[in-house]
Write a protein that binds this ligand. Structure first.
Ligand code: DAH
Length: 339
C-alpha cells in the first residue's frame, strides 16, 4: 500500500499540463470521485489497524499535494492571457438585465390612464401639509378623531404642520388655485401612524379624484366610477355604492366592486361576500367649496379617493402590504408591463 502511494505521489509530481484539457485529465485521474486517490481511501478499509495511522497520513499527504498542484496549475492557466483555447469569440454577449416597474407605479399609471381617457388632468400636492388643507378646509370638526395623535404624524414643534393623512388636501389646494370646471386626479403618498402589519402600513399611496362644474350630479359620479371599475378589473365588473360618512362629502359612499377573482360567487379574497371595497366617494360638501372660494350655489362636484396598494393587491393577488416596501427583487421581478 505504501509503495502504491509513493508511486502515485511520483506520478502526480511528474504530471505536466499545458492546456485546460490536460488539467481536467489530471483532476479526473487523481482527484475525482472515481480517481486513484479515492480508490486508495477504499483500499484503506482493509489496512490492518496497527498500520492505519501511518498509511492514513501518507494518503492525506498525497491528496493534499495533488490538490495543491491542481489549484496552482488552475490559477496559472487562468492567468495566462495567451490561453485562448476554449474561448468562443462568436458567442453572443450577455444581455443587460432590464428592471421592471414597481407594482404601485404600474397601478398608479394605469389609474391615471383610465381617468385621462375621461378628460381628467393630473396634479400633485405636498406630502408635508398644514392642518388647514389636511383637515379644517375639509370640514373636519376640531374634535374629530382623525386628528388624534394616533393617526397623524405631527411635527412636534408645530402641531399645525403634519404629514398628510390622505390626498384629499390636494383637492383644497387645487380648488384654491383653479376655477371650475375642474376635472383632475391627484395621486400621491400618504402617512398614518399605524403599526406595520400585513394589512396596514404607515406609508401608502392614494389617488384622489375631483370633478367640479355646473350641474354635476351623483349619477355622473356613479357612471365615472363604473367606467373606472370596468377598465381596471374587466368588462364584467359590477359596482355597488354603500352609504357612508366623510366630513368633506355629502352624501358620502363607499364603493365595492364585484370580486374579480371569483366573479362574485364568493371566495376567500372577498371573504365569501362576492364584493371588495375599493374607494370612498361622495358629492363635495358645499362648505368645502365655499372654504376654497367656489360658489356652492352655482357649482356642484363629486370627489373620490382610493388606495393604490389595495387595488394592486386585488389585481395581482398580493397578500402582504409589507412586500411593497421591502424591495425584494424576487417580488419586483414579477411585474412587467407596458405602463
Ligand atoms: N380621504 C379618504 C380616506 O383617506 C378617502 C376619500 C373618501 C376621498 C371620500 C374622497 C372622498 O375624495 O370623497 O379615507
Amino acid at each position: 500500500m505504501i509503495d502504491k502511494i509513493k508511486g502515485l505521489l511520483k506520478e502526480t509530481e511528474e504530471f505536466t499540463v499545458k492546456t485546460a484539457e490536460e488539467l481536467e485529465n489530471f483532476r479526473l485521474k487523481f482527484l475525482s470521485k472515481k480517481g486513484q486517490i479515492s480508490m486508495l481511501f477504499n483500499d484503506f478499509k482493509s489496512v490492518p489497524n496497527e498500520h492505519k495511522k501511518l498509511v492514513g497520513q501518507e494518503i492525506n499527504k498525497l491528496k493534499q499535494f495533488a490538490q495543491q498542484k491542481f489549484d496552482a496549475l488552475n490559477n496559472s492557466l487562468e492567468d495566462d492571457d495567451t490561453q485562448t483555447e476554449g474561448t468562443d469569440y462568436t458567442r453572443p454577449g450577455e444581455p443587460i438585465e432590464l428592471g421592471s416597474r414597481h407594482p404601485i407605479s404600474l397601478v398608479r399609471n394605469e389609474i391615471i390612464g383610465i381617468f385621462a381617457r375621461l378628460g381628467f388632468t393630473v396634479a400633485e400636492g405636498p406630502e408635508i401639509e398644514d392642518d388647514f388643507h389636511n383637515f379644517t378646509a375639509l370640514n373636519f370638526p376640531p374634535e374629530h378623531p382623525a386628528r388624534d395623535m394616533q393617526d397623524t404624524f405631527f411635527i412636534e414643534k408645530d402641531p399645525d404642520i403634519l404629514l398628510r393623512t390622505h390626498t384629499s388636501g390636494t383637492q383644497v389646494r387645487y380648488m384654491e388655485n383653479h376655477k371650475p370646471p375642474i376635472r383632475s386626479i391627484f395621486p400621491g403618498r400618504v402617512f398614518r401612524n399605524e403599526a406595520i402589519s400585513a394589512r396596514a402600513h404607515c406609508i401608502f399611496h392614494q389617488v384622489e379624484g375631483l370633478f367640479v362644474a355646473e350641474n354635476v350630479s351623483f349619477a355622473d359620479l356613479k357612471q365615472t366610477l363604473l367606467y373606472f371599475a370596468k377598465e381596471m378589473f374587466g368588462e364584467k365588473t359590477q359596482i355597488r355604492l354603500r352609504p357612508s360618512y366623510f366630513p368633506f362629502t355629502e352624501p358620502s359612499a363607499e364603493m365595492d366592486v364585484s370580486c374579480s377573482i371569483c366573479g362574485g360567487k364568493g371566495c376567500n379574497v372577498c371573504k365569501y361576500t362576492g364584493w371588495l371595497e375599493i374607494l370612498g366617494c361622495g358629492m363635495v360638501d358645499p362648505n368645502v367649496l365655499e372654504k376654497c372660494g367656489i360658489d356652492s350655489e352655482k357649482y356642484t362636484g363629486f370627489a373620490f379617493g382610493m388606495g393604490i396598494e389595495r387595488i394592486a393587491m386585488l389585481k395581482y393577488q398580493i397578500k402582504d402590504l409589507r412586500l411593497y416596501f421591502e424591495n425584494d427583487v424576487r417580488f419586483l421581478r414579477q411585474f412587467k408591463s407596458a405602463y
